[in-house]
Design a protein around this ligand. Structure first.
Ligand SMILES: C[S@@+](CC[C@H](N)C(=O)[O-])C[C@H]1O[C@@H](n2cnc3c(N)ncnc32)[C@H](O)[C@@H]1O
Length: 199
């Protein structure tokens, strides 16, 4: 039974099944995932429970840690680890031998310099063969993929967020990673699948 104090995100409920289908394939040969910006912790619990071969390390800025812990407290899975602080622009890369990274709906929230740093740190710290799955709204060729994303970007700007990034911009920042797939998702989102492949 859900604890009444658990933070809740409706968008996590809406997108978790379609994301899971992609992660099942992308992460089937991986072992240890770092999730950046775990938010409420809902994704971590759902994906950790369904992908039990993975150790799922949650992370976020400290103010979200209690919420993530309440979701973990209601969950029996032992492969989902309590949050560590990881704030792009402030923190070092978390300790642990991560061969995969997952993040959802964070790239457009971060300031551009933080998003750039995220791409660079992942490229630097993933081992050869490592994979990065990045979910969210992205522009293609510098253009919005829908009018609703354009409106959303205006809203992000008014909230002081960094805004929707172009895939091409991310490619330029992620030196050392190869964008191997760009999976279209409902509601004008994508999952970008990046791999560290020997040069
Ligand atoms: C819109 S929420 C998404 C949360 C969750 N991943 C989801 O899909 O519901 C954005 C998340 O990005 C995190 N975030 C924003 N700026 C960050 C930064 N500089 N470093 C790490 N996380 C950041 C926030 O704390 C928040 O958890």
């Amino acid at each position: 039974m859900a604890s009444i104090n658990k933070p809740f995100s409706q968008s996590c409920e809406n997108n978790k099944d379609v994301i899971l289908k992609v992660l099942e394939q992308a992460l089937k040969e991986h072992n240890k995932v770092l999730e950046i910006g775990s938010g409420t912790g809902q994704h971590a619990v759902y994906f950790g429970e369904h992908l039990s071969h993975l150790q799922w390390q949650t992370s976020d800025m400290v103010h979200n840690h209690n919420g993530i812990r309440t979701w973990l407290a209601d969950c029996d899975a032992s492969n989902i680890l309590p949050p560590v602080e990881f704030t792009l622009g402030k923190s070092d890369w978390p300790k642990g031998e991560f061969d995969a990274v997952f993040t959802a709906n964070t790239t457009h929230i971060m300031q551009p310099a933080e998003a750039q740093l995220m791409m660079e740190m992942i490229a630097k710290n993933l081992p050869e063969g490592g994979v990065f799955c990045q979910y969210g709204p992205f522009n293609i060729d510098g253009k919005y993929t829908s009018e609703s994303n354009q409106r959303f970007d205006k809203h992000l700007e008014s909230e002081g967020c960094g805004g929707i990034r172009s895939v091409e911009e991310l490619v330029a920042w992620a030196k050392g990673l190869t964008l191997v797939d760009k999976v279209a998702m409902p509601a004008n989102n994508f999952i970008l699948i990046w791999r560290k492949i020997g040069q």
